[in-house]
Write a protein that binds this ligand. Sequence first.
Ligand SMILES: [Zn+2]
Length: 276
Amino acid sequence: MRVTFATEAAPGRPNEDFVAATPDAAVLLDGAGTPPGSDSGCSHGVAWYSRTLGSTLIASISQAASSLPELLAEAIKTVSSLHDNTCDLNHPGSPSATVIMLRRRNELIEWLVLADSVLVLDVIGTPDPVVICDDREAQVGARYRAEMDALDSGSDAHVSAHRRYVETLRSYRNRDGGFWVAATDPLAADQALTGSMPADRVRAAALLSDGASRLVDRFHLATWREALDTLDQHGPANLISQVRTAEHSDPHGERWPRGKTFDDATAAHVSFTSSE
Ligand SMILES: [Zn+2]
């Protein structure tokens, strides 16, 4: 297994994404931002949350006896225990993160996807990649984003509308009929999308935060196949640079309305072919 990855913060902000790999596993998380002017009840912040949860996951993922949801539930509990004395973990805006876990175990590729980061699998004998994304937040969000999307994304009014949007969505977080993310409730792990496939059927996998997947699923400037090919032939940094070029070409969100003009972008490419 060969892993390459790149991550780049949105300009002028701390990077709230996290990516890490071992010889037989990879994890990618995208911390859910607390917009300016919004409370979270946590003094550590979103970047701390995604890095701490991510490093806990990568430390435990090779414990083969546990399933990926079990490992995620344990990691959520571990991170909560690190700040439940100092922070208000019942706050609706407490830091949260999307999670992708991928590991090779017993000749199987196993995965877990929670919230809107995207896992793309290049399956041998299948022309179109298999795309695994949990779109429950997008489905809820579609009801509330019209006001934000109508505004110039460089404007103060857009910043306010984005904050209201994020705060409205909080009431749907980690409950039935809403959407699920890693935050303080370990039961979220049971809501993740999971699966497995024989390792000899998978040529490669891509793990993408939504700041990187937007090249395909929001900007429509590449297909998933083209994104896989870019990752394989030119590397993850090249894909992220294509995202930045597109974002700079549309600084006010007129062509592609979006909550964040620029977003943290992370891409990992995992090659399972043994010819390396
Ligand atoms: Zn905290």
